[in-house]
Ligand binder design. Structure first.
Ligand code: ATP
Ligand code: MG
Length: 422
């Protein structure tokens, strides 16, 4: 017999037992975003490959080795989006969203990267992200960071650490880059193979190396902070002062460089030590050059993206915060007449009680078998309709989670009764 087809490695189903937690996560996040006046943008999952090459940069991990790229039937090279910013910027330029306008946007959805799958690292994963366009000051950097802090509060997540750094502007990085290359070239024998290659192409990324053997070398490297211009320094200082004023704790991590090339000035990450090497749950920063790089007018921008699987892993570790949403009621109907009355009654109840979560038994069967299902559903109450109840124009309301007595309630009073007890 042929083997059953499996999901693609690194790509996962989110099963019904898990999706409640996902909905909880997304709802809390969306609620915060709405309170700050951010609006959703939805862009296609596939884009022209050129978009990612031009935005993320040819010498990044993502473009070098992680993209799902294929030719479509017309021979166009398409790529499943590895991240959300490029698509947002492309959409903004194409639709004129940046013409003398400020845009506060958010997005969510699956991203695709061909990485080695492990806990917290997948080939299809979900991100929610924020992008604010048209503002160049540290005040908007502070706002987006304040949003992230509020996410963790709304989700009941504790123990996340905020790390920040500044990358200066592109010009400042040129200067710094030279010094860094000098420093690293003098110590070539200490570089691993990947870093040797990066030394030619993208030396700043060496600071981002996850190889523990390189830590000391990186620790002692010159820092960009010493090469900043006055305006860049001031931008960073004002951001720090703002974080202090809002009592948002942070550490300055001069080694924080972020994987993507388009960042400028502010970069930040929220990290946890609970997820091993996959400890970054949210990463972002300022990318003032990107809109212009993709053909738009110069437009300052700042944003971040969160890995939702990693947040889910954290939520699962704090079960006291997990949402529990069993149904309120399970409607038991025995006999044809009861079934006919029951389905009408159920729709009427749903008309009157929009909050009610109710399962209606389907498939017939005895009282006993229906009760078993009612109990297994986790419902607080069984609503019982049999021939005997029908004859008296009542329904039995039986508490399933405590020992109190079953009550008979007149059918016409049922909605009111349930409203009172739920
Ligand atoms: P990492 O250093 O963990 O590879 P990154 O720098 O590649 O992360 P970004 O491109 O900044 O990550 O993406 C933002 C966030 O998306 C990350 O902080 C992480 O939470 C999440 N993320 C990135 N890649 C994956 C993946 N392959 N699987 C699950 N989540 C991911
Ligand atoms: Mg990565």
């Amino acid at each position: 017999m042929a083997k059953n087809i499996q999901a693609i490695r690194g790509m996962h189903d989110i099963l019904p037992d898990q999706s409640g937690l996902w909905l909880f996560l997304e709802a809390r996040i969306m609620d915060v975003l709405e309170r700050y006046g951010y609006r959703e943008i939805r862009t296609p999952i596939a884009e022209m490959t050129e978009l990612f090459r031009r935005s993320i940069g040819d010498v990044t991990d993502i473009v070098e080795k992680e993209m799902y790229t294929f030719d479509d039937r017309n021979g166009d090279s398409l790529t499943l989006r590895p991240e959300g910013t490029a698509g947002c910027v492309r959409a903004g330029i194409q639709n004129g969203l940046f013409h003398n306008q400020i845009q506060r946007l958010w997005y969510r959805g699956p991203m695709f990267r061909h990485e080695r799958p492990q806990k917290g690292r997948y080939r299809q994963f979900y991100q929610m992200g924020v992008e604010a366009f048209g503002l160049e000051g540290p005040d908007i950097d502070l706002e987006v960071i304040a949003i992230t802090r509020r996410f963790w509060q709304a989700l009941g997540l504790e123990g996340l650490q905020l790390q920040i750094n500044t990358l200066g502007t592109a010009d400042e990085r040129v200067l710094y880059r030279e010094c860094l290359v000098d420093y690293l070239s003098d110590r070539k024998e200490l570089l691993d193979e990947e870093s040797l290659r990066r030394l030619q192409t993208n030396p700043l990324r060496i600071l981002d190396s996850k190889n523990p053997q390189m830590h000391e070398l990186i620790e002692q490297a010159p820092t960009l902070m010493d090469y900043l211009s006055e305006p860049s320094r001031r931008h960073f200082e004002q951001l720090c002062a703002g974080l202090d004023a809002l009592a948002i704790e942070y550490v300055v991590n001069p080694r924080l460089v972020r994987g993507l090339d388009y960042y400028a000035r502010t970069v930040f990450e929220w990290v946890t030590d609970e997820l091993g090497a996959q400890g970054t749950v949210c990463a972002g920063g300022r990318y003032d050059g990107l809109v212009e790089q993709l053909g738009g007018r110069p437009t300052p921008a700042v944003g971040f993206a969160m890995g939702l699987e990693r947040l889910i892993l954290l939520l699962e570790r704090q079960p006291e915060n997990l949402p529990v949403t069993p149904p309120d009621a399970y409607l038991v109907m025995v006999g044809e007449a009861a079934q006919a009355t029951g389905i009408k009654l159920a729709e009427r109840l749903r008309d009157h009680l929009p909050e009610l979560r109710m399962l209606c038994h389907c498939g017939g069967g005895s009282f006993k078998s229906q009760f078993k299902k009612a109990d297994r559903s986790g419902a607080r109450y069984a609503l019982i309709l049999g021939e005997e109840e029908l004859a008296r124009d009542v329904i039995g309301v039986k508490p399933l989670r405590d020992t109190s007595e079953q009550q008979d309630v007149g059918l016409s009073q049922l909605a009111e009764y349930l409203r009172a007890i739920l």
